[in-house]
Design a protein around this ligand. Structure first.
Ligand code: SAM
Length: 304
C-alpha cells in the first residue's frame, strides 16, 4: 500500500499531517462537551477555530457532531485520559521534566496541574508549534508549567534541537508520543524510540501506542475505514486524503521494541479501556482498533 508522503515534507496545522492534529483537537472538543463529559480540553475548540478549516470548526463547535462516529469520540476520551493520567502520575512521582513529542494542538502544557518547577517541552513541526504558541497567547492562556518548544521535524536531529531548547538528559523525564508513530516511516520510529532511550536518565518514563503488525487484509480494511471518513467529510466540503498520510506495512511494535531496550512497560488495550468506561462503539471493529495497546512504564523499573 503506497503512502502519499515524501522525505522532508512539511506542513502547518491546516495541511498534510498537520491537519490530523486539528482533527484530533476537533474530536477532543466534541468529547469535552455535555453533562457527562469524561475529558475537559477547554482549549481544543478555540485552537481548531483559529486553524480556519471551516468544516472542522463546525465539528468542534458541535454543529455537525453527527459526522464523527461515536468510536472516534470514545477513542479521544480513552486516549486523552490515558496520557493525562500518565503525566499526572509522573508529576506526583517527582518528575519535573516532560517532553511531548508530536504535540500538535494538545493543550496539556496549559491545562494540567504540573508541579512547580516542571519544564514541559513540546516538539512538532515549526509551523505547528509556532501556531499554538501564538494562538494561545492571543487567547490570553498561560502555560501551567515552564513551556519550551522544539520546532523540528521528528525525522531529523530533534535531540539536538531539544538540547538547544534547554532539555537536560541528566534529569528524569516523562516522554509521550501520542498519535505519532503511524506517521513516521518504520526506521524513523525505531530511531525515535532509540533517541528517547538514550536521552533518558534513570527514573524516566514513557507512554505511547503499540499497534500489532497487520494481518492479511487488515490494512485494506483500515484504508477503507479512513476513505469512508474522507468521503463523509467531503460531502461537507472538506476532503483530506487520510489514508495517504500514514505509512503502512510492517514495522517494529513499539512496546516490545522499548522493552528490549530496558523499559519495563504495562500495556492496556483499547478494547479493555472501552470496556472499563462502558463504551460499546467498537462493535464490528473492522480497523482492529481494539487490539492497539497503550503502553507506559519506566526505564529499568515498573511504573508505580
Ligand atoms: N499528539 C497530538 C494529539 O494527540 O492531539 C497530535 C497528534 S496528530 C494525529 C499527529 C501529530 O504528529 C501532528 O501534530 C504532526 O505535526 C506530528 N508529526 C507527525 N510526523 C511528524 C514529524 N516527522 N515531525 C514533527 N511532527 C510530526
Amino acid at each position: 500500500m503506497t503512502s502519499g508522503r515524501r522525505e522532508g515534507d512539511t506542513w502547518d496545522a491546516a495541511s498534510g499531517v498537520g491537519a490530523t492534529a486539528t482533527m484530533a483537537a476537533a474530536v477532543r472538543a466534541v468529547a469535552s462537551r455535555g453533562e457527562g463529559r469524561l475529558i475537559d480540553d477547554r482549549f481544543a475548540e478555540a485552537l481548531v477555530r483559529a486553524v480556519g478549516i471551516e468544516f472542522l470548526t463546525r465539528l468542534a463547535s458541535g454543529e455537525v457532531a453527527d459526522t464523527v462516529e461515536q468510536l472516534w469520540i470514545d477513542m479521544a476520551v480513552v486516549r486523552t485520559k490515558f496520557y493525562d493520567e500518565f503525566f499526572l502520575d509522573a508529576t506526583n512521582a517527582g518528575i519535573r521534566q516532560a517532553v511531548i513529542l508530536a504535540s500538535g494542538l494538545d493543550s496539556r502544557a496549559y491545562r494540567l496541574p504540573w508541579a512547580a518547577g516542571t519544564v514541559v517541552y513540546e516538539v512538532d513541526q515549526p509551523e505547528v508549534v509556532e501556531f499554538k504558541t501564538r494562538t494561545l497567547a492571543e487567547l490570553g492562556a498561560a502555560p501551567t508549567a515552564e513551556r519550551r518548544v522544539a520546532a523540528v521535524d521528528l525525522r531529523d536531529d530533534w535531540p539536538e534541537v531539544l538540547r538547544r531548547a534547554g532539555f537536560d538528559p541528566g534529569r528524569a523525564t516523562a516522554w509521550s508520543a501520542e498519535g505519532l508513530l503511524g506517521y513516521l516511516p518504520p526506521e524513523a520510529q525505531d530511531e525515535l524510540l532509540d533517541n528517547i532511550t538514550e536521552l533518558s536518565a534513570p527514573g524516566s518514563r514513557v507512554a505511547t501506542e503499540s499497534r500489532p503488525n497487520p494481518q492479511p487484509g487488515d490494512e485494506g480494511r483500515t484504508k477503507e475505514g479512513l476513505d469512508r471518513i474522507s468521503e463523509q467529510w467531503s460531502a461537507h466540503g472538506y476532503a483530506p486524503d487520510m489514508a495517504r498520510l500514514r505509512y503502512f506495512g510492517e514495522r517494529n511494535e513499539a512496546g516490545p521494541y522499548l522493552s528490549e531496550r530496558g523499559w519495563v512497560l504495562d500495556g492496556v488495550s483499547v478494547r479493555d479501556l472501552f470496556a472499563a468506561n462502558g463504551f460499546t462503539s467498537l462493535k464490528g471493529d473492522e480497523m482492529r482498533m481494539g487490539d492497539m495497546l497503550y503502553v507506559s512504564g519506566a526505564l529499568g523499573e515498573a511504573a508505580k
